[in-house]
Design a protein. Structure first.
Length: 459
């Protein structure tokens, strides 16, 4: 006890020192443990990343596969590959522009087409061989050519006839016969009979004659071309000369509809390589219902009712001229009809279409809808032929409906023994502005936010 009392101060100091040691070394152990684990995990992650980089395959076109961290040579080779891809992209764009321009305007560069007025388009009254319709030196001659092309297209599709000799062919004969036409054919059949026995309307014999009249009509055709199948501008049927804007819109309509006609003709020749006498049964495309060019083509799938209640594109009165309102604004812009809406960069807006493309300073977009009856096995071939006409086309949507052959036959359409569907196709046509803008008259330029054309240089 005496020892304790004599050494009390020393003992107290020892206990305090022991407590301090516990506080310093024992109490922080959990925190040290957590820090140590975190540090170990970080180092393990770095190790795994190094291992992964060491085993990662590095592949470049034309180069052998290597592994590991990219070397200086690899980095330089990759940069050169990116540069080569960019140059290839530029070549593709240039090729598309040239093919897109083919058959559209004279000249292969913007510089050659600058300030060329719409009327006349070509110098010295020369005609562009691949341009439909051909431009003349005055607007009324243009209107003549514009109206002529529809008869030529109808004759090509319905009878395989080309050239000016078809102009005397009545295009209405390419459509399915209506009741009055069938009845007139029946009357002609009766007159050819020796006995000329009258036939009661609605009798079995009358029905037999009607069927024969429909069959005789179909036997003369490669395909049916409905009345009003083509989009014809309303100004074509009056005595007023078309304006520069009318001519420009008519040209764009004609280019696109001509491509569709050529694609249909090509696929029908593909399905009937013998090129024998006209026979709808051998043709892939059986009927052209209607073509619509313009921004309103977006709503083509909500069309009106066709023969027998099948949904079709609205075609208006048979044979009636189309107006600009049918196709709507020619170019699809982000804000339809707003001046300057297409002056900036080509934006992407998926509310407009599947691709989201709209007109801008690089290209202009024209929507097109068409309604055809076709052998379903030739749908892809038809789309391929359309692409072959021009690389600017992109299929946005296709809607296929089964065709009831009895329903079609009751409306005068006989298609033969192959299966047929009704195809409503909506496509967009991208037209490069660097060659199209020089053709635009100032009113069209204004709707797109393009400055007026510079005056032609003095000669």
């Amino acid at each position: 006890m005496k020892f304790v009392k004599e050494n009390m101060t020393v003992l107290i100091c020892a206990v305090v020192a022991l407590l301090l040691l516990v506080a310093v070394f024992i109490y922080p152990l959990p925190s040290w443990k957590d820090d140590l684990q975190t540090n170990m995990k970080t180092r393990l992650g770095v190790k795994d990343e190094i291992v992964q980089m060491a085993n990662t395959s590095l592949v470049l076109p034309g180069q052998p596969e290597v592994k590991g961290i990219p070397t200086k040579d690899y980095v330089e080779a990759r940069q050169q590959s990116i540069k080569d891809i960019g140059q290839m992209k530029d070549k593709v764009i240039a090729a598309v522009q040239e093919l897109n321009e083919k058959g559209r305007v004279k000249g292969k560069s913007t510089a050659e087409a600058v300030a060329v007025p719409i009327l006349p388009l070509l110098p010295d009254g020369k005609e562009e061989p691949d341009l439909l319709p051909r431009l003349r030196t005055d607007s009324m001659s243009f209107k003549t050519d514009y109206n002529k092309q529809f008869r030529q297209w109808t004759a090509l599709l319905a009878w395989g006839m080309e050239g000016n000799t078809v102009l005397d062919k009545d295009p209405n004969l390419a459509a399915a016969p209506d009741l009055a036409e069938v009845q007139a054919d029946v009357e002609q059949m009766l007159k050819s009979q020796a006995t000329r026995t009258p036939v009661a309307a609605g009798s079995s014999q009358d029905m037999t004659f009607r069927k024969q009249a429909i069959m005789n009509h179909a036997a003369k055709l490669r395909m049916f071309v409905d009345k009003g199948a083509f989009q014809v501008r309303g100004w074509s049927n009056n005595d007023t000369p078309p304006t520069d804007s009318d001519v420009f819109e008519g040209l764009v309509d004609s280019w696109i509809q001509s491509d569709i006609v050529k694609a249909i003709d090509a696929v029908n020749k593909q399905s009937d390589p013998t090129l024998g006498s006209p026979e709808i049964g051998r043709s892939a495309v059986k009927r052209l219902g209607h073509i619509m060019v313009g921004s309103n083509a977006r709503s083509a799938l909500q069309g009106s009712q066709g023969p027998g209640g099948t949904a079709m594109m609205p075609v208006g009165a048979p044979g009636a001229a189309m107006t600009s309102a049918d196709g709507g604004p020619l170019f699809l812009t982000g804000s339809a009809g707003t001046a300057g809406a297409a002056a900036g960069d080509n934006g992407i807006n998926y509310e407009l279409s599947l691709t989201g493309h709209s007109s801008g300073k690089t290209y202009d977009v024209v929507l097109v809808a068409m309604d055809i009856d076709i052998d379903p096995s030739y749908i892809s071939a038809f789309e391929d032929q359309l692409y072959r006409q021009n690389l600017g086309y992109i299929v946005l949507s296709e809607q296929i409906r089964t065709v009831d052959p009895l329903e079609r036959a009751s409306n005068g359409y006989l298609y033969g023994g192959s299966q047929v569907v009704q195809l409503t196709l909506v496509v967009e046509h991208m037209m490069m502005r660097d060659w199209l803008a020089p053709l635009m008259p100032d009113p069209v330029r204004a709707t797109l936010g393009i400055p007026p054309a510079a005056p032609a240089p003095a000669k």
